[in-house]
Design a protein around this ligand. Structure first.
Ligand code: CTP
Length: 397
């Protein structure tokens, strides 16, 4: 599976760097080519000689090595691999990545690369849990960076908790997953998800009960099949999907702008529960309670993102999939919605409170297309997502 895959392995400065020597060996055993890059701090823990001896390739260590630049420039080096792996990824290198620093070879390669990036963090538990590190992890996830670990356990510094770098074989498994080719490899797919929040004033907003679980599951399933997923989400509770490029928005208007900036795509899946209306004149300051006076809100209609994209004259995605959340006459309403909005498929579901679907873990959907209505049995949202992703792959084949 890894035969002839090219891995650019960046080894940063942490005690876990010794495990990266074994990682190189495991990757080579599986037929992968490993081009190692050692940061200055990394070279304090493992020697360039042992790294290059195990990799069977030259180790790159310094941005300003003119011999290397003549041989292979750092831009070319950053793009020569199928996957960039950072193991161990230190708090410092992750901070550089999250903030776009490029002041040594490793950070410059990470800025210049157009290749997927997998990081295996390794640091003290307090550092991993520090708010600055949490922010950086979330930024990196949003940028589509994949993570493996860290694991929980005893640490070299004597403390216990999450922060230990994953074991070499766990990293190998994550590399195999990241490089897995699927029927959607090379396809770019947009998924909208979650609710939108429409402000009333700076502290109040109108929202809905969508958790974002179904959209997140769909994004994950598409990624598993190899798609390059852009996930545009409102403020949702669900975890963000690993490996997808995440764009966070708040309002329907922001979601529409984000969707426009993501096009063109091969398919667009609109799973978001977009608010139909916004407060026409949201107040810039908090509306104060006044004795006996109850404020009234004026509404304006939000743009219909699904209809806008479905009806694009140029650049319309070849496959546009909408959702129909209904409480009555589900099939009739969803069928009419598909024709009105002009999307290709509608995934209809009954969100009446007694179904427990909105905010729950299961879904019972009907797929409506030109071929008619196809009822799927009630199943977990992950299973709905996988089945839908397989259908999308078949449609784009
Ligand atoms: N949708 C959208 N933009 C909107 C409203 C809805 O993109 N402003 C999309 C949703 O993401 C979903 C589909 O349209 O894919 C249908 O959403 P739904 O809430 O069921 O339908 P509405 O258009 O809001 O119609 P109604 O509320 O009358 O059922």
């Amino acid at each position: 599976m890894l035969t002839d895959k090219r891995i650019l392995l960046i080894i940063a400065g942490g005690i876990a760097a010794f495990k990266s020597l074994d990682l190189i060996r495991r990757l080579r055993e599986r037929g992968a080519w490993v081009t190692p890059v050692l940061t200055a701090a990394g070279a304090e823990f493992v020697t360039p000689l042992s790294v290059s001896a195990l990799a069977g390739e030259k180790v790159y260590t310094d941005l300003f090595d003119l011999t290397d630049e003549a041989d292979m420039g750092h831009i070319q080096l950053s793009r020569s691999a199928d996957l960039v792996v950072v193991a161990p990824a230190t708090a410092d290198l992750m901070a550089k990545m999250a903030n776009g620093h490029a002041n040594d070879l490793a950070s410059t390669l990470l800025m210049a690369t157009d290749t997927p990036v997998l990081v295996a963090p390794a640091m003290n538990v307090r550092m991993w849990e520090h708010p600055a590190c949490r922010r950086n992890v979330s930024t990196l996830r949003g940028d589509g960076v994949m993570f493996v670990g860290p694991n929980e356990g005893d640490m070299a510094c004597g403390e216990y908790g999450p922060g230990r770098m994953s074991e070499p074989l766990e990293i190998v498994a994550a590399i195999e997953t990241a490089l897995a080719e699927g029927p959607l490899t090379g396809r770019r797919i947009l998924v909208t998800s979650g609710p939108t929040h429409e402000p009333i004033d700076p502290v109040r907003y109108i929202a809905n009960r969508s958790s974002g679980a179904q959209g997140t599951a769909i994004a994950r399933a598409l990624t598993t099949l190899g798609a390059d997923v852009v996930f545009v989400t409102g403020p949702a509770d669900a975890d963000r999907p690993e490996g997808a490029h995440v764009v966070e928005v708040e309002t329907a208007a922001e979601m529409l702008d984000a969707v426009h900036s993501v096009l063109p795509v091969d398919a667009a899946i609109f799973a978001a529960a977009v608010a139909d209306w916004r407060v026409a004149s949201a107040s810039g300051s908090k509306i104060k309670k006044q004795a006996g006076a109850i404020p009234s809100l004026d509404f304006a209609e939000n743009p219909d993102i699904l209809a806008t994209v479905s009806q694009m004259q140029t650049g319309r995605p070849p496959l546009v999939v909408g959702f129909a959340a209904e409480t009555d006459d589900v099939i009739a309403n969803a069928t009419a919605k598909r024709l009105r909005k002009q999307c290709d498929w509608i995934v209809a579901n009954d969100v009446s409170p007694e179904t427990g679907i909105m905010g729950g873990t299961e879904n019972a959907v009907t797929l409506i297309s030109d071929d008619g209505a196809e009822h799927w049995p009630r199943m977990g949202k992950d299973d709905v997502a996988h089945q839908l992703a397989e259908r999308i792959a078949a449609a784009l084949a």
